[in-house]
Design a binder for this molecule. Sequence first.
Ligand SMILES: N[C@@H](CCC(=O)N[C@@H](CS)C(=O)NCC(=O)O)C(=O)O
Ligand SMILES: N[C@@H](CCC(=O)N[C@@H](CS)C(=O)NCC(=O)O)C(=O)O
Ligand code: FES
Lengths: 95, 95
Amino acid sequence: SRLEETVKKTVTDNPVVVYSKTWCSYSSEVKSLFNRLGVQPHVIELDQMGAQGPQLQKVLERLTGQHTVPNVFIETVKLHRKGELEALLTDAKNT
Amino acid sequence: SRLEETVKKTVTDNPVVVYSKTWCSYSSEVKSLFNRLGVQPHVIELDQMGAQGPQLQKVLERLTGQHTVPNVFIETVKLHRKGELEALLTDAKNT
Ligand SMILES: N[C@@H](CCC(=O)N[C@@H](CS)C(=O)NCC(=O)O)C(=O)O
Ligand SMILES: N[C@@H](CCC(=O)N[C@@H](CS)C(=O)NCC(=O)O)C(=O)O
Ligand code: FES
C-alpha cells in the first residue's frame, strides 16, 4: 500500500526515526534520550496526523509486529521499544 | 457538579486512588509500584468510561490543577504525579 511505502521510505531515508505521540511520556523520554546523545531523530507524531495517525499505527504493526509507541527505527535495525533501546545504548556505552 | 461530588467521594472513601488509562505505560508503572508495596489502589481507567472519561479528566483538572494521568490521591494528600510519588516513597523508604 502507499502508506506502507511511505513508512519504508521514511525509515530508510533517516538514520533514526521515532513514531511517537505528543502526550505520551514514554515517547517524550525516548525523544529526550536521543537529544541528550546529540542525535536529532526524525519524529512522527501519530496523534497530529488526523485520520492518518491510526492508519500509520496499523501499517507499523503490519511491518514490525508492534502496535505501541514509541516505535523506534535505527539505521534499518528496528529496536521498537524504549526498553530495548535503553539496553542497547547502555550496552554501547559500556563497550 | 455531580461528577465533582463523585470524585470527592471516591478520593475520601479510598485510601489510595489512581486515575489512569489502560494503554498508558506511566499509569501501568504507578499501578505496579503500588502492587509491589502490597497496596491495592482504587483504580479508575478513564479510557474505559466512555464519554464520562474526558469529563472526569476535566473535573480532576478543576479540582487538582492537573490534566494528566496518572493522577494519584493518597489519604487526602494529593500527590498527582508518578514523579512526586516516587520521591515520597523513596523518602519513606529511607526514614
Ligand atoms: N514496553 C513498551 C511499552 C509500549 C507501550 O505500551 N506504549 C503505549 C503508550 S505508553 C501504547 O502505545 N499504547 C497503545 C496506544 O497508545 O495506541 C516500551 O518500552 O515502549
Ligand atoms: N511528569 C508527569 C507526566 C504526566 C503526563 O504527561 N501524562 C500523560 C500520559 S503519559 C498525559 O496525561 N497526557 C495527556 C492525556 O493523556 O490526556 C508524571 O510523572 O505523571
Ligand atoms: S501514554 Fe503515558 S507513558 Fe505513554
